[in-house]
Design a protein. Sequence first.
Length: 220
Amino acid sequence: MIVAKNIHKTFDDLQVLKGIDLHIKKKEIVAIVGPSGAGKTTLLQILGTLDKADENAFIQINGQEILKLKDKKLAHFRNTHIGFIFQFHQLLPEFTALENVCIPGFIANKPKNDVINDAKEILEYLKLSDRLSHHPNELSGGEQQRVAVARALINKPSVIFADEPTGNLDHKTAERVYELMLELHKELGTSFVVVTHDQTLAARMDRILTIEDGVLITTG
Ligand code: ADP
Ligand code: MG
């Protein structure tokens, strides 16, 4: 599903990732843990095609060598195969919950009504049916994060990258968002790669990868 080899990342003189190799199987749910500044976000952004590794890296997702794709094709690949959930959800403030969820579907050029119906269905599943026309600032933190989860799911990606998706939520809401991710993983077979510093939650995933100082140190 995901094969990454020889991932280095240097910002000016700062070597952040120092040669990471990893293999994530289809339908796996993998936690990435490690101290702050270890390179977790950088790795996730590179795997998720949002940032580029240094030369000589190899990344294959769903059989596609993504480093061979140029801008337009890469954007299309990202839009149709990959979902993201960020720590600070990054919803667009001027759009409603429903619109935020629909946008990646519209970008993928799917029929408008299909996208809207799918979005409503996902939001209903996430118990947000009565929040469709709310703007992000009219939603609680947990509700915003669930909208972000719905947005990540709209194009039925084969893999979702989540960067501390519950980092800004209280424990109970965080628990709920994780349960939801585990449920979706079970139901839809979506692979998840989740950066978290919550060891208890990490322990519930299939596997834990630990990054320290830009190097992968364990594969549990
Ligand atoms: P983590 O997510 O594990 O906390 P990051 O991947 O965000 O760590 O960052 C790893 C290191 O890379 C940090 O020391 C950070 O300051 C540095 N870094 C991240 N992004 C940039 C950037 N765009 N330019 C320069 N340094 C960066
Ligand atoms: Mg980070």
